[in-house]
Design a protein around this ligand. Sequence first.
Ligand SMILES: [Zn+2]
Length: 703
Amino acid sequence: MKKRKLHNKILALFITFSMLIGGINISMIESKAADEENYAKLLQYSLYFYDANMCGAGVDTNSLLDWRGNCHTDDTISYTRKDGVTLNIDLTGGFHDAGDHVKFGLPESYAAFTLGMSYDTDKAAYEACGQTGHLKNITTYFADYLVKCAVLDANGNVESYCVQVGQGGGGFDHGYWGAPEDQKNDRNNRPIFFTNESEPSTDIVSLSAAALAMQYKNFGGASYLDMSKKLFEYAKNNNKAVNKTASAFYSSSGWEDDYCLAAIMLYNITGESSYLDEYNRYCNEGKATNVWWPYGWDNVAPAVYYYSGKSSELSNIMNTYMNNKNPDGFVCVNDWGSARYNTSMQYTGLLYDKSTGSSTYREWAKSQMSYLLGNNPSNQCYVVGYNEKSAKYPHHRAASGYTGGPKGTTTQAHVLTGALVGGPKNGGAYTDTADDYQCNEVAIDYNATLVAAAAALYTVYSGNGSQSIDANYYNDGNSGNNTGGSSGGTTGGNSGGTTGGNLGQSEAVNFSLLGIYIAGQDRNTITMGACTNLSDVSSLEFSWWACKDGENWIKIQDWTKGNQWITWKPTLFGDFVVVAKVRASGGDGTVLETATNVTHHPYIKGKCQMPYEGEGGGYLIGVESFENPNQSYRYEMLILDCTLLAQGLPAWTYTTGQCGVASGNALWTVWQPQYGYYWTLFRVYDKDGIMLDEACYGFVNAY
Ligand SMILES: [Zn+2]
C-alpha cells in the first residue's frame, strides 16, 4: 500500500515536470501556429475572392479591389416570350465562375446559397470580425443577378430562367486568357442559355430559389422572397430534370436535393404547408438526402438535413468520407479541387456539432484547416495571399495580368487574396503552377465553403487568443483589433478539452440543477434562470439551447461562467423546449441539464372563444395582434375537426382565409360547430403574406 502511494507520488511529479516542458513547447507552437488558427483573418481574406470575380456594371462601385473594373456590360439579349412580346433581358452582374469568365447557373446559385447559409449559421462570427457588411454586399450582388435571370410572363410568373452566360471550352470563353475588362463581348463567343420545356434545369432554378429565400431570411427584401416563390412554382409546375447545357463542366447528379432545399427554406420562412408537402414528396427520392458525396455544388443534401431538423444525419457523411485520407492526414475525396471538399466537410462537421450540442468534429476541422493554412510537411498554404507559405500562381485570368494562356510560375500582376486553390491530389501531389487547373484553379464554389468553415471555426475557437483581423482589409468599422474578448458572447466555446491537465488539482464541485425559472416574458423577450442548489454560482458555467417543434436545435448561449440568467429574444415564433446545461468550471466534465416548455408569440396578443348569443348561436371566435400598422396585417382562423382527422378524412373544415380589417387589430367570426372536438388555429401575416405568428388551441363542443 505504502509503496503504491509512493509510486503515485513519483508519477505525479513526473507528470508535473513533463507538463512544464509540454507547456513551453505548446506556447512556442501556438505563437508559430497563431496564423494557422486565425479564423478572423481567414474569414476577412476569404471574402475578397468574390471581389476578384465580380462581373457586370457594378464592379467599379462594389468590388474592394482596385485592379478590377466593370466587365461584360453587354451580357444582354433579346428574348421573345410565348405571347410574342419581345423583351431585352439584362443579364449583367453576378460572378465569374472560376479562373474563367463564364457564369454557370449551378455554382452561381450554390455559392450564393452557401455564403448566405454561413451568415445564417454563424452570424456572431461575422459581427465580431466586422464582416457582415462585406458578406451582405456580396450576397446581395449575387441575389440581384439571380433575380435578373428570370423571364416573367404577362402575369408576372416565371416563363423561363437564364441558366448560363458564356460557354466553356477552347472555342469559347476558355480560349480567351486575359483580363475580363478587356474581353470582347461577342454573343457568338458568349452565348446565353435559358430553360425550356425539354430542359427545365430544376436543379439550377430550385437552388436559385433557395439562395433568394436565404437572402430574404438574412437581410430582408420582399422582392427576393417573391422571386424565390415564383421560381419554386416554376420548378414545381414544369417537367423536372437537371441542366445539361453545362454538362461538360457541372453535370448534376440530381435535382431532388436542390428542390427539397428550396421547399424546406420556403416552408421555414412562410409556414405554408404546400412547401412542406413538396419537400415530403421528394425528400426520399433520387439523391435528395442520400449520403453519397460531401456538401458541394452537386449535393446540397447536408443543407437539407440541417434545415429540416435532421442534423444528426450529418455524421453519416462525415464518417463515410473522413477515411479518404492522404498519407499526411489530409482528407482528400477527389483529385480535382480537393480543398473545397475538405472545407465543406469541416463546415458539415461543425454544423453537426452546433446542432447537436457536441464537440465531435471541432478538433478535426481545426487540424484540417491548419493543414490548409500551411501546417503540413510541404509547408504549403493553399489560400492565396494568406501568409508567406501561400500559393503564388493560381489559375486565374484577371489576377495573372498577362495574356495568351497560363504561364506556369510567371509572376502574376495581382495577389488573389483569400482564394482557395484546388489543393493536393489523392496521394498528396501538388504543384503551385498556373498551368494546373486541377490543383491550382480557384472558384466561387471553392471559396464558399472556405468562408463557411472559417466563420464556423471562429464561432468555436473565438476565445483561443489567435483571432485578429487585418486593419489593412475591410471591416465594418470595428476597432480593427478583434483579439480575444470581442467574440460576441461566444467565449468559452473552446473550453471543451482543456481541463484534463490538472490531475489531482481540480476540486470537486458538488452541485445539482433544480429546474428553469421563467422570471419574465413579453412579446419580444423571455428572461429565464437555471436554479441550482448553490447560492454562489461563480464556479459554474451555463449554456442554453432551444428546440422548436422537435426539429432544429438552436444554441441560445454558449458556455458562460458565473451567470445563471439569460434574456432570450427568439427569432422564431411557436412552441419551444428550452434546455439549460450546467457544468463546473474546471471540473470533471459532468454536465447536468434540465428542460422546460416555452411558448413565444411575438405578434398574437390573444384570442377569444366564447358562446355567441346572437341569431343562430354558435361561438364567437377572434384573434388579436399587438398592432396593425396601417391596417396592413392579414388574419386567418382555421378549424381542424379531430373526429374527421381520426377517420382519415379531410379535417380542415373551416377557414376565414387571410382577411384584412378596416379598423383595429382583431378579426372576429361566428362559428357554429357540430358536436365534437376541434383545434383552432390563429395566424397573423404581414403585408407581403409572410406569416408572423401562429397559435393553436384545443376546442371542445361536446358537453
Ligand atoms: Zn465579367
